[in-house]
Ligand binder design. Sequence first.
Ligand code: URA
Length: 434
Amino acid sequence: MNILDIIEKKRDKRELSKDEIQYFIQGYTDGRVMDYQASALIMAIYLNGMTKKETTDLTLSMANSGEILNLDSLNKIIVDKHSTGGVGDKVSLILLPIIASLDIPVAKMSGRGLGFTGGTVDKLQSIPGYRTDINVKEFIENVKNVRISIISQTLNLAPADKKIYALRDSISCVESIPLIASSIMSKKIASGAEKIVLDVTVGSGAFMKNIENATKLAKEMIEIGKLAKKETVCVLTNMDEPLGYAVGNNLEVIEAINFLNKNMPNDLKEVVLELGAYMIKLAGRGKNIQENKEKMIENIENGKAFDKFLELIKNQGGDISYIKNTDKFEKAKYIVPVYSDEDGYISEINAESIGKLACYLGAGRMKKEDKIDYSVGIVLNKKVSEKIEKNDILGYIYANNKQKAENAIKEFKEIVKISKIKTKKIDTIIEIID
Ligand code: URA
């Protein structure tokens, strides 16, 4: 067997065998398959797709490319959560401390930004001192001691995904059902949880642009979950406009902290509560979705969820004075309000365009070695369907470069569409698939 034959086979739209997929995954993980060969194969998969059997074989090979965590010592049902990616998606930062505050353990391996979407790890790293790269022992100890740990993929968990994830990002091969399904499910299998809740985003700011493709992705991940004996529930959520108001790393951390301090934007609240209610259900801690949401709200109201967030950050070396006083976060040099030129109603804020604009300002990576600027991004002031008057503020640009700030203002005004007719508010929760 050799990699050239495997690339040729996929290029010519033929099905790869389990052994061929394993050969590629092992070879790429240990460096025998070169980046340019992996790029060619990934592009062929992107263009020609994979059968369900190929996707399953790819997922299991990736999961087995490193260690599989054993969380049995926690003596509890561990429920994991993952999102297929979005713009302004700070859900994990909010939801996971709420879940841990209900005494349900959270052992979460998160990702970096991918394409125009942000990543939880980049956001957490905007908190001075927070360590995302702890070892397995410390990870499990943290979950035992404070019920929660959120880390990056630095442990030897699904290392093949780590390499392929970064590669896909640098060769424009992100939006693919087999590649997303295998990336997410390999990580979830490797990180040892028994049950999984997936936020499958749909719309302009998601990798799945329509409900049909998102449903297909959800069903493939559920099937892989079944094979791996991991009960999986998918919540399809809307990502046509950014989630919440802030887009950019420390800006989103601040919004998450405000949320845990009871300042909850509606769309963000709906997503957090829906996903959380299913996590609680899968953990065996409540069958009634509405009651589960109420338990979550109670722990926001009584401050337990915020205290758990503080504990998480402190336990992993983060400076909690920033969490207690968000004014301490580094601020962009230019914070510029953008004013509306007309009266009307906001009819569209294309989330993908906002994500790309945030990347242009420095909030994301263009190349895998790029450094992120944690303080830049965009903060919306109005959301779709809201009324706007001439000279009202549409949003704020946070930039560290004057020219970029000026370009971003122009671009932002083009992204935010205004109509004379009131547009319907976007429904946030689309469907539950299990
Ligand atoms: N999140 C992942 O972990 N992988 C993807 O491919 C997309 C979102």
